[in-house]
Design a protein around this ligand. Structure first.
Ligand code: PRE
Length: 367
Protein backbone atom coordinates (compact mmCIF):
# COMPACT_ATOMS: atom_id res chain seq x y z
CA UNK A 1 0.00 0.00 0.00
CA UNK A 2 1.26 3.48 -0.78
CA UNK A 3 0.78 6.43 1.58
CA UNK A 4 -2.47 7.51 -0.07
CA UNK A 5 -3.94 3.99 0.22
CA UNK A 6 -2.87 3.64 3.86
CA UNK A 7 -4.53 6.98 4.67
CA UNK A 8 -7.74 5.88 2.98
CA UNK A 9 -7.72 2.71 5.05
CA UNK A 10 -7.11 4.77 8.21
CA UNK A 11 -10.04 7.06 7.37
CA UNK A 12 -12.27 4.05 6.92
CA UNK A 13 -11.17 2.65 10.29
CA UNK A 14 -11.80 6.04 11.97
CA UNK A 15 -15.33 5.98 10.57
CA UNK A 16 -15.88 2.50 11.99
CA UNK A 17 -14.48 3.53 15.38
CA UNK A 18 -16.87 6.50 15.48
CA UNK A 19 -19.81 4.35 14.39
CA UNK A 20 -19.04 2.12 17.39
CA UNK A 21 -18.80 5.18 19.65
CA UNK A 22 -22.26 6.23 18.43
CA UNK A 23 -23.59 2.73 19.17
CA UNK A 24 -22.09 2.94 22.67
CA UNK A 25 -23.75 6.33 23.23
CA UNK A 26 -27.10 4.90 22.16
CA UNK A 27 -26.72 2.04 24.63
CA UNK A 28 -25.76 4.43 27.40
CA UNK A 29 -29.13 6.18 26.85
CA UNK A 30 -30.81 2.82 27.40
CA UNK A 31 -28.71 2.29 30.54
CA UNK A 32 -29.99 5.65 31.80
CA UNK A 33 -33.61 4.52 31.41
CA UNK A 34 -32.90 1.11 32.98
CA UNK A 35 -31.17 2.70 35.97
CA UNK A 36 -33.95 5.20 36.45
CA UNK A 37 -36.52 2.38 36.37
CA UNK A 38 -34.52 0.47 39.00
CA UNK A 39 -34.01 3.62 41.11
CA UNK A 40 -30.23 3.46 40.69
CA UNK A 41 -27.85 6.44 40.71
CA UNK A 42 -26.42 7.62 37.39
CA UNK A 43 -22.80 7.17 38.35
CA UNK A 44 -21.49 3.73 39.25
CA UNK A 45 -17.82 3.87 40.24
CA UNK A 46 -17.51 0.12 40.68
CA UNK A 47 -18.74 -0.47 37.15
CA UNK A 48 -16.44 2.25 35.79
CA UNK A 49 -13.47 0.52 37.41
CA UNK A 50 -14.52 -2.75 35.82
CA UNK A 51 -14.84 -1.10 32.40
CA UNK A 52 -11.38 0.46 32.73
CA UNK A 53 -9.69 -2.73 33.96
CA UNK A 54 -11.32 -4.72 31.19
CA UNK A 55 -10.17 -2.20 28.58
CA UNK A 56 -6.61 -2.30 29.89
CA UNK A 57 -6.54 -6.10 29.77
CA UNK A 58 -8.06 -6.24 26.28
CA UNK A 59 -5.62 -3.60 25.03
CA UNK A 60 -2.72 -5.52 26.47
CA UNK A 61 -3.76 -8.72 24.71
CA UNK A 62 -4.07 -6.78 21.42
CA UNK A 63 -0.67 -5.16 21.74
CA UNK A 64 -2.21 -1.70 22.34
CA UNK A 65 -0.98 0.56 25.14
CA UNK A 66 -3.21 0.05 28.24
CA UNK A 67 -2.65 3.73 29.09
CA UNK A 68 -4.09 4.76 25.73
CA UNK A 69 -7.01 2.35 26.15
CA UNK A 70 -7.78 3.73 29.60
CA UNK A 71 -7.68 7.33 28.35
CA UNK A 72 -10.08 6.51 25.53
CA UNK A 73 -12.44 4.68 27.89
CA UNK A 74 -12.40 7.57 30.37
CA UNK A 75 -13.51 9.92 27.57
CA UNK A 76 -16.25 7.52 26.51
CA UNK A 77 -17.52 7.13 30.08
CA UNK A 78 -17.52 10.93 30.41
CA UNK A 79 -19.55 11.09 27.21
CA UNK A 80 -22.13 8.61 28.50
CA UNK A 81 -22.34 10.35 31.87
CA UNK A 82 -23.03 13.67 30.13
CA UNK A 83 -25.82 12.08 28.08
CA UNK A 84 -27.28 10.33 31.11
CA UNK A 85 -27.18 13.43 33.30
CA UNK A 86 -29.10 15.38 30.64
CA UNK A 87 -31.72 12.64 30.44
CA UNK A 88 -32.15 12.68 34.24
CA UNK A 89 -32.46 16.46 34.42
CA UNK A 90 -35.06 16.49 31.64
CA UNK A 91 -36.95 13.52 33.13
CA UNK A 92 -37.03 15.22 36.54
CA UNK A 93 -39.43 17.68 34.92
CA UNK A 94 -39.29 19.95 37.96
CA UNK A 95 -40.12 22.98 35.89
CA UNK A 96 -43.19 21.64 34.10
CA UNK A 97 -45.65 24.51 34.00
CA UNK A 98 -43.30 26.80 35.95
CA UNK A 99 -41.71 30.04 34.85
CA UNK A 100 -38.24 31.49 35.31
CA UNK A 101 -36.80 34.94 34.67
CA UNK A 102 -33.06 35.08 34.07
CA UNK A 103 -31.81 38.64 34.60
CA UNK A 104 -28.55 39.05 32.68
CA UNK A 105 -29.60 36.00 30.72
CA UNK A 106 -27.43 36.58 27.67
CA UNK A 107 -24.18 36.71 29.60
CA UNK A 108 -22.14 33.48 29.63
CA UNK A 109 -23.49 32.01 32.86
CA UNK A 110 -26.89 33.53 32.18
CA UNK A 111 -27.08 31.48 29.01
CA UNK A 112 -25.99 28.36 30.87
CA UNK A 113 -28.79 28.89 33.40
CA UNK A 114 -31.41 29.65 30.74
CA UNK A 115 -30.61 26.36 28.99
CA UNK A 116 -30.44 24.47 32.29
CA UNK A 117 -33.83 25.75 33.43
CA UNK A 118 -35.39 25.13 30.03
CA UNK A 119 -34.03 21.55 30.02
CA UNK A 120 -36.03 20.99 33.23
CA UNK A 121 -39.20 22.19 31.58
CA UNK A 122 -39.27 25.78 32.83
CA UNK A 123 -40.65 28.45 30.51
CA UNK A 124 -37.73 30.85 30.40
CA UNK A 125 -37.78 34.62 29.95
CA UNK A 126 -34.45 36.37 29.46
CA UNK A 127 -33.94 39.98 30.55
CA UNK A 128 -30.76 41.65 29.34
CA UNK A 129 -30.19 45.13 27.94
CA UNK A 130 -27.12 43.88 26.04
CA UNK A 131 -28.77 41.64 23.45
CA UNK A 132 -31.48 39.13 22.65
CA UNK A 133 -30.89 35.48 23.53
CA UNK A 134 -29.51 33.23 20.74
CA UNK A 135 -32.31 30.80 21.44
CA UNK A 136 -35.56 32.05 19.94
CA UNK A 137 -37.47 29.69 22.26
CA UNK A 138 -36.92 32.13 25.13
CA UNK A 139 -39.12 35.18 25.62
CA UNK A 140 -37.09 38.38 25.85
CA UNK A 141 -37.31 41.73 27.58
CA UNK A 142 -34.54 44.32 27.57
CA UNK A 143 -35.29 45.71 31.04
CA UNK A 144 -36.49 43.47 33.86
CA UNK A 145 -37.91 46.52 35.65
CA UNK A 146 -40.68 46.58 33.07
CA UNK A 147 -41.70 43.04 33.95
CA UNK A 148 -44.53 42.11 36.31
CA UNK A 149 -42.03 39.80 38.09
CA UNK A 150 -44.71 37.13 38.24
CA UNK A 151 -42.28 34.17 38.00
CA UNK A 152 -41.73 31.03 40.05
CA UNK A 153 -38.00 31.65 39.95
CA UNK A 154 -35.82 34.71 39.37
CA UNK A 155 -32.10 34.22 38.74
CA UNK A 156 -29.81 37.24 38.89
CA UNK A 157 -26.92 36.48 36.55
CA UNK A 158 -25.58 40.01 36.00
CA UNK A 159 -21.99 41.14 36.69
CA UNK A 160 -21.29 41.42 40.44
CA UNK A 161 -21.27 45.21 40.58
CA UNK A 162 -24.77 45.45 39.12
CA UNK A 163 -26.14 42.42 40.98
CA UNK A 164 -26.25 44.14 44.37
CA UNK A 165 -28.35 46.99 42.97
CA UNK A 166 -30.64 44.58 41.09
CA UNK A 167 -31.20 42.55 44.28
CA UNK A 168 -32.00 45.71 46.23
CA UNK A 169 -34.44 46.90 43.58
CA UNK A 170 -36.04 43.47 43.47
CA UNK A 171 -36.56 43.66 47.24
CA UNK A 172 -38.63 46.81 46.70
CA UNK A 173 -40.90 44.88 44.31
CA UNK A 174 -41.31 41.82 46.61
CA UNK A 175 -41.60 39.15 43.89
CA UNK A 176 -43.55 36.01 44.84
CA UNK A 177 -41.03 33.44 43.50
CA UNK A 178 -37.68 32.14 44.69
CA UNK A 179 -34.85 34.61 44.03
CA UNK A 180 -31.15 33.86 43.87
CA UNK A 181 -28.00 35.38 42.38
CA UNK A 182 -25.16 33.29 40.96
CA UNK A 183 -22.24 35.60 41.82
CA UNK A 184 -18.71 34.29 42.45
CA UNK A 185 -18.53 36.45 45.57
CA UNK A 186 -21.23 37.05 48.14
CA UNK A 187 -19.92 39.79 50.46
CA UNK A 188 -20.48 42.48 47.77
CA UNK A 189 -24.12 41.29 47.53
CA UNK A 190 -24.82 41.31 51.24
CA UNK A 191 -27.05 44.41 51.21
CA UNK A 192 -29.11 43.17 48.29
CA UNK A 193 -29.64 39.70 49.74
CA UNK A 194 -30.41 41.14 53.20
CA UNK A 195 -32.93 43.56 51.68
CA UNK A 196 -34.77 40.66 49.98
CA UNK A 197 -34.70 38.65 53.19
CA UNK A 198 -36.11 41.60 55.19
CA UNK A 199 -38.81 42.10 52.55
CA UNK A 200 -39.94 38.52 53.20
CA UNK A 201 -38.89 37.26 49.75
CA UNK A 202 -37.82 33.62 49.43
CA UNK A 203 -34.15 34.38 48.80
CA UNK A 204 -30.97 32.37 48.72
CA UNK A 205 -27.69 32.70 46.87
CA UNK A 206 -26.01 30.14 44.65
CA UNK A 207 -22.46 29.77 43.42
CA UNK A 208 -22.06 27.27 40.60
CA UNK A 209 -18.36 26.37 40.79
CA UNK A 210 -17.92 25.80 37.08
CA UNK A 211 -17.64 27.75 33.88
CA UNK A 212 -20.26 28.28 31.19
CA UNK A 213 -18.81 25.57 28.92
CA UNK A 214 -19.41 22.84 31.49
CA UNK A 215 -21.53 19.98 30.20
CA UNK A 216 -21.08 17.34 32.89
CA UNK A 217 -21.67 18.30 36.52
CA UNK A 218 -20.19 15.14 38.02
CA UNK A 219 -17.18 16.18 40.11
CA UNK A 220 -18.31 19.84 40.13
CA UNK A 221 -19.55 21.73 43.18
CA UNK A 222 -22.54 24.00 43.64
CA UNK A 223 -22.56 26.15 46.78
CA UNK A 224 -25.82 27.32 48.34
CA UNK A 225 -25.81 30.19 50.81
CA UNK A 226 -28.28 29.81 53.64
CA UNK A 227 -29.56 33.29 54.46
CA UNK A 228 -32.21 31.94 56.81
CA UNK A 229 -34.87 30.94 54.30
CA UNK A 230 -34.83 27.12 54.20
CA UNK A 231 -37.56 26.92 51.57
CA UNK A 232 -35.47 28.96 49.14
CA UNK A 233 -32.32 26.92 49.80
CA UNK A 234 -34.20 23.66 49.31
CA UNK A 235 -35.87 24.86 46.12
CA UNK A 236 -32.50 25.92 44.69
CA UNK A 237 -30.94 22.61 45.75
CA UNK A 238 -33.74 20.69 44.07
CA UNK A 239 -32.89 22.33 40.77
CA UNK A 240 -29.58 20.46 40.89
CA UNK A 241 -31.12 17.34 42.43
CA UNK A 242 -30.96 15.21 39.31
CA UNK A 243 -27.45 16.30 38.37
CA UNK A 244 -24.33 14.68 39.78
CA UNK A 245 -22.98 17.97 41.17
CA UNK A 246 -21.86 17.95 44.80
CA UNK A 247 -23.98 20.32 46.85
CA UNK A 248 -22.50 22.33 49.70
CA UNK A 249 -24.48 24.65 51.99
CA UNK A 250 -22.64 27.39 53.89
CA UNK A 251 -22.90 30.91 55.27
CA UNK A 252 -22.14 34.08 53.31
CA UNK A 253 -18.92 35.02 55.12
CA UNK A 254 -17.60 31.48 55.15
CA UNK A 255 -18.16 31.35 51.37
CA UNK A 256 -16.08 34.43 50.63
CA UNK A 257 -13.32 33.44 53.06
CA UNK A 258 -12.94 30.11 51.26
CA UNK A 259 -13.36 31.59 47.78
CA UNK A 260 -10.52 34.00 48.52
CA UNK A 261 -8.32 30.89 48.33
CA UNK A 262 -10.14 28.68 45.84
CA UNK A 263 -10.56 31.41 43.22
CA UNK A 264 -8.59 34.40 44.56
CA UNK A 265 -5.33 32.62 45.33
CA UNK A 266 -5.29 30.41 42.25
CA UNK A 267 -6.06 33.35 39.94
CA UNK A 268 -3.45 35.54 41.68
CA UNK A 269 -0.78 32.85 41.43
CA UNK A 270 -1.33 32.52 37.69
CA UNK A 271 -1.41 36.28 37.15
CA UNK A 272 1.88 36.52 39.07
CA UNK A 273 3.30 33.64 36.98
CA UNK A 274 2.54 35.12 33.56
CA UNK A 275 3.48 38.63 34.69
CA UNK A 276 6.89 37.35 35.86
CA UNK A 277 7.35 35.57 32.51
CA UNK A 278 6.21 38.51 30.40
CA UNK A 279 8.46 40.88 32.33
CA UNK A 280 11.50 38.61 32.29
CA UNK A 281 13.28 40.99 29.90
CA UNK A 282 15.40 39.44 27.20
CA UNK A 283 14.48 35.92 28.25
CA UNK A 284 10.77 36.44 27.48
CA UNK A 285 10.72 35.55 23.75
CA UNK A 286 13.02 32.55 24.23
CA UNK A 287 10.98 31.23 27.17
CA UNK A 288 7.95 31.14 24.90
CA UNK A 289 9.69 28.46 22.80
CA UNK A 290 10.76 26.21 25.68
CA UNK A 291 8.89 23.45 27.42
CA UNK A 292 9.12 21.06 30.36
CA UNK A 293 6.41 18.96 31.98
CA UNK A 294 5.68 21.24 34.96
CA UNK A 295 6.20 24.44 32.97
CA UNK A 296 3.81 23.30 30.22
CA UNK A 297 1.12 22.31 32.72
CA UNK A 298 1.45 25.69 34.46
CA UNK A 299 1.50 27.61 31.16
CA UNK A 300 -1.65 25.75 30.21
CA UNK A 301 -3.56 26.95 33.29
CA UNK A 302 -2.06 30.45 33.04
CA UNK A 303 -3.16 30.70 29.40
CA UNK A 304 -6.74 30.00 30.40
CA UNK A 305 -6.57 32.54 33.24
CA UNK A 306 -5.12 35.18 30.88
CA UNK A 307 -8.05 34.65 28.50
CA UNK A 308 -10.67 35.41 31.17
CA UNK A 309 -12.45 38.73 31.61
CA UNK A 310 -10.14 41.24 33.39
CA UNK A 311 -13.23 42.98 34.85
CA UNK A 312 -14.55 39.80 36.45
CA UNK A 313 -11.12 38.73 37.67
CA UNK A 314 -10.47 42.16 39.18
CA UNK A 315 -13.85 42.03 40.93
CA UNK A 316 -13.01 38.60 42.36
CA UNK A 317 -9.78 40.03 43.85
CA UNK A 318 -10.98 43.46 44.81
CA UNK A 319 -14.60 43.09 45.94
CA UNK A 320 -14.08 40.19 48.35
CA UNK A 321 -14.09 41.39 51.97
CA UNK A 322 -11.63 38.55 52.67
CA UNK A 323 -9.57 38.91 49.47
CA UNK A 324 -6.54 40.50 51.10
CA UNK A 325 -6.11 37.50 53.42
CA UNK A 326 -5.16 35.06 50.65
CA UNK A 327 -3.02 37.60 48.77
CA UNK A 328 -1.08 38.22 51.98
CA UNK A 329 -0.67 34.46 52.37
CA UNK A 330 0.80 34.33 48.86
CA UNK A 331 3.19 37.18 49.64
CA UNK A 332 4.21 35.41 52.85
CA UNK A 333 4.83 32.14 51.01
CA UNK A 334 6.96 33.82 48.32
CA UNK A 335 8.91 35.65 51.01
CA UNK A 336 9.56 32.38 52.86
CA UNK A 337 10.74 30.77 49.64
CA UNK A 338 12.96 33.78 48.93
CA UNK A 339 14.48 33.54 52.41
CA UNK A 340 15.27 29.86 52.18
CA UNK A 341 16.73 30.11 48.65
CA UNK A 342 18.73 33.30 49.15
CA UNK A 343 20.22 32.21 52.47
CA UNK A 344 20.80 28.61 51.36
CA UNK A 345 18.46 27.28 54.04
CA UNK A 346 17.85 23.76 52.66
CA UNK A 347 16.00 22.45 55.76
CA UNK A 348 13.50 25.32 55.47
CA UNK A 349 13.00 24.56 51.78
CA UNK A 350 12.58 20.84 52.48
CA UNK A 351 10.10 21.64 55.25
CA UNK A 352 8.01 23.67 52.78
CA UNK A 353 8.02 20.81 50.27
CA UNK A 354 7.12 18.29 52.98
CA UNK A 355 4.31 20.46 54.34
CA UNK A 356 2.89 20.83 50.82
CA UNK A 357 3.07 17.09 50.18
CA UNK A 358 1.19 16.35 53.39
CA UNK A 359 -1.40 19.05 52.74
CA UNK A 360 -2.06 17.88 49.20
CA UNK A 361 -2.21 14.21 50.20
CA UNK A 362 -4.98 15.06 52.64
CA UNK A 363 -7.07 16.68 49.93
CA UNK A 364 -9.68 14.17 48.79
CA UNK A 365 -9.98 14.12 45.03
CA UNK A 366 -13.13 13.42 43.11
CA UNK A 367 -13.32 13.48 39.33
O1 PRE B 1 -22.92 0.76 33.24
C1 PRE B 1 -23.48 1.82 33.54
O2 PRE B 1 -24.15 1.97 34.57
C2 PRE B 1 -23.34 2.98 32.66
O3 PRE B 1 -24.00 3.99 32.86
C3 PRE B 1 -22.31 2.98 31.58
C4 PRE B 1 -21.00 3.61 32.03
C5 PRE B 1 -20.04 3.45 30.81
O4 PRE B 1 -20.00 4.36 29.99
O5 PRE B 1 -19.42 2.40 30.70
C6 PRE B 1 -21.21 5.05 32.33
C7 PRE B 1 -21.36 5.55 33.61
C8 PRE B 1 -21.29 4.69 34.80
O6 PRE B 1 -20.72 5.36 35.90
C9 PRE B 1 -20.65 3.40 34.52
C10 PRE B 1 -20.48 2.93 33.24
Amino acid sequence: MNLQEIRERLSELDRQVLALVAERQRLSREVAEAKRAEGKATRDYTREREVLMQARATADSLGVSPVLAEQVMRLLIRGSLTTQERIRVAAGGRGDGKTALIIGGTGKMGRWFSDFMASQGYTVTVADPARRPDNAAYAYIADWRESSLDYDLIVVATPLKIANVVLQELAGRKPRGIVFDIGSLKTPLRQGIDALQSAGVKVTSVHPMFGPDTELLSGRHVIFIDMGNREAVQAAQELFGSTMAKQVVMGLDEHDRLIAYVLGLSHALNIAFFTALAESGEAAPRLAQLSSTTYDAQVDVATRVAAESPDLYFEIQHLNDYGRESLQALRGAVEKLWQSVSTGDAPQFTAMMQQGREYLAGRVRND
